[in-house]
Design a protein around this ligand. Structure first.
Ligand code: ATP
Length: 199
């Protein structure tokens, strides 16, 4: 079975940046956000169930999911949000297990932004948290996405706290501007994970 390192961190903490550096070492990266889109792509059971329940108004003209319409609907219908989560979460979880089981590198990364919030620790052998201060999360995300600070702060408030994430961590990458270079932190962890995976 593949050795799976779950990677998590708050919005704008640097998960993608970190995952790309592991990928440069030949480590396969499986991304929960990509899987969450795959389970509702045209032809999927997920999209079929959504259009049967809510009607064709949830679809774009090209048959893809109208995410804005669905988001708007479930925002004002909490019971439908629960139904949707009940439909999609098991499919996403199953697909994460399938893709990690197929990974060919000595270990793989499973990047799950909401790993702690959704209690998905059991999908991985180890949890790696990318840690930065909230101030850095806000600065980097507003710069990257060109969105108002308020919007980022609202997302931050809806996610697990820095402390909750750190409590779930087996390993931590510190990603402040004055932290040890990411490349060095990742090199150390890479060797540690190769050794663990070989056991
Ligand atoms: P999200 O959860 O929003 O998808 P993320 O955790 O994947 O975000 P990244 O996109 O990797 O975070 O990083 C957020 C922003 O911060 C990006 O613009 C990235 O280039 C920048 N960034 C990441 N790490 C550093 C660093 N050590 N120094 C400076 N900028 C950084």
């Amino acid at each position: 079975m593949a050795y799976v390192v779950g990677v998590t961190g708050g919005i704008g903490s640097g998960k993608t940046t970190v995952a790309n550096l592991f990928a440069e070492k030949g480590i396969e990266v499986i991304d929960a956000d990509v899987i969450a889109r795959q389970v509702v792509e045209p032809g999927s059971e997920g999209l079929k169930a959504i259009s049967e329940k809510f009607g064709a108004s949830m679809l774009n003209d090209d048959g893809t999911l109208n995410r804005g319409a669905l988001r708007g609907h479930v925002f004002s219908h909490p019971e439908d949000k629960e139904w949707l989560n009940g439909l999609l979460h098991p499919k996403i979880r199953q697909e994460m297990m399938t893709q990690t089981a197929q990974a060919k590198s000595p270990y793989c990364l499973l990047v799950i932004p909401l790993l702690v919030e959704n209690g998905l620790q059991s999908l991985c052998q180890r949890v790696l948290v990318v840690d930065v201060s909230e101030a850095t999360q806000v600065t980097r995300t507003t710069q990257r996405d060109q969105v108002p600070e308020e919007q980022v702060k609202n997302i931050l408030a809806a996610q697990a706290t820095r402390q909750q994430r750190l409590e779930a961590a087996d390993d931590i990458i510190f990603n402040e501007n004055d932290s040890k270079p990411l490349s060095e932190q990742i090199e150390t962890l890479h060797h540690q994970y190769l050794a663990l995976a070989a056991q």
